[in-house]
Design a protein around this ligand. Structure first.
Ligand SMILES: Cc1ncc(COP(=O)(O)O)c(C=O)c1O
Length: 351
């Protein structure tokens, strides 16, 4: 990437080159495996088993069945299929401004996309307010924003039931990324999960952008909510292969068995192929061996510190929020009203 003065930046790019561009160990592992074998993932290979074991070791015990795919979109599409098969329900609750991928099934549940143009919201989709305590409906001065936002979901479920509909899933990024770098208030996801489970639905945590240690303190962003919160399905992608196209859905035995008992096996030619799996294993090794979670915390804190200094100087900066290397700068036209400074933000992005 080049800035406006022609300065080159190597590792400053959207959440994929997670362990660094062309990390020599990743390059070597991929090349070695390509020389040996790469094939249709219908044929079993040790690396897929080894990788599934390593990945599930990073997650709570119940999340132990992995389905490998080639993109975050494929992972989220499969997560919806798993959720719908589980109890036979169809409806999905999604957060306002969410983006979950480019397949038709995901555009339907991505207000960030479907609110543009002529795409009409499908009747099985319910859009809950995103839990933004800076600019949302309930802010940091609200006595209990987590409950207030979760009650919106509760009401949505009630309304859906009243019109004869049934909830299959609630889907959200563990921290909303392109929807505004939103960190949900403590306790929000626990409350939402309780209502969604009560309705026979499942909780899908999209970790495509925010997983693999980006938040530093934890390997998965949903773990920021505490040990009493465990999603039913976790989807992951982007940093998983450091740019190599690989993604995954991890779920419980119960949900996976409900899917396989339908007789419809999941088959994906490339998902979990031997090259992808050795790449994935190498990325996990690097995150651990190079203490990249510690790095995310240290560099993230430093970045936030510098940005906070800038905030004191520029009234354009309304809010700096983030954890680890998940950091957002909210530009505003007016500090009090928090009116988004859209044109200014666009200018900074293009620069
Ligand atoms: C949160 C989130 N989920 C899913 C996706 C889709 O992933 P992919 O582009 O790999 O299909 C993206 C991509 O930007 C994303 O940001």
């Amino acid at each position: 990437m080049f800035d406006e003065n022609g300065e080159q930046y190597l590792d400053c790019i959207n959440n994929v080159a997670h362990v660094g561009h062309c990390h020599p160990k990743v390059v070597k592992a991929a090349a070695k495996q390509m020389e040996l074998l790469n094939t249709n993932s219908r044929f079993l290979h040790d690396s897929i088993v080894e990788y599934a074991k390593r990945l599930s070791a990073t997650l709570p015990e119940t999340l132990c069945v992995c389905f490998f795919t080639n993109s975050g979109s494929e992972a989220n599409d499969l997560a919806l299929r798993l959720a719908r098969q589980y109890r036979g329900h169809q409806d999905v609750i999604t957060l306002d401004h969410a983006y979950h991928g480019h397949l038709s099934s995901l555009i339907d549940i991505s207000p960030y996309k479907f609110q543009i143009g002529k795409h009409v919201k499908k009747e099985f989709v319910h859009v809950a307010p995103h839990p933004d305590t800076y600019r949302g409906k309930y802010r940091e001065d609200h006595p209990d924003p987590a409950t207030a936002y979760a009650n919106e979901v509760k009401k949505m479920i009630q309304d859906a039931h009243d019109s004869g509909r049934k909830i299959a899933a609630f889907i959200a990024e563990s921290m909303q990324s392109c929807g505004g770098q939103i960190i949900p208030p403590a306790g929000y996801f626990q409350k939402v999960a309780k209502y969604v489970h009560g309705a026979g639905g499942v909780f899908i945590a999209d970790e495509v952008q925010v997983g693999f240690g980006r938040v530093g303190k934890h390997f998965w962003s949903f773990q920021m909510c505490g040990e009493d919160f465990v999603p039913d399905i976790v989807t992951m992608g982007k940093p998983m292969g450091n740019g190599h196209p690989m993604a995954c859905v991890v779920t419980t035995k119960e949900i996976a068995e409900a899917f396989s008992s339908s007789g419809m096996e999941y088959f994906n030619t490339y998902g979990g192929n031997p090259v992808s799996c050795v790449v994935g294993l190498t990325v996990l090794d690097i995150i651990e061996n190079e203490d990249l979670q510690g790095n995310a915390t240290r560099v993230g804190n430093y970045l936030t510190e510098l940005l906070t200094e800038q905030k004191a100087k520029h009234t354009l900066i309304g809010d700096i929020r983030g954890i680890g290397l998940f950091v957002g700068i909210d530009l505003v036209k007016d500090q009090q009203k928090r009116t988004p400074a859209t044109a200014e933000a666009q200018h900074v992005i293009y620069k």
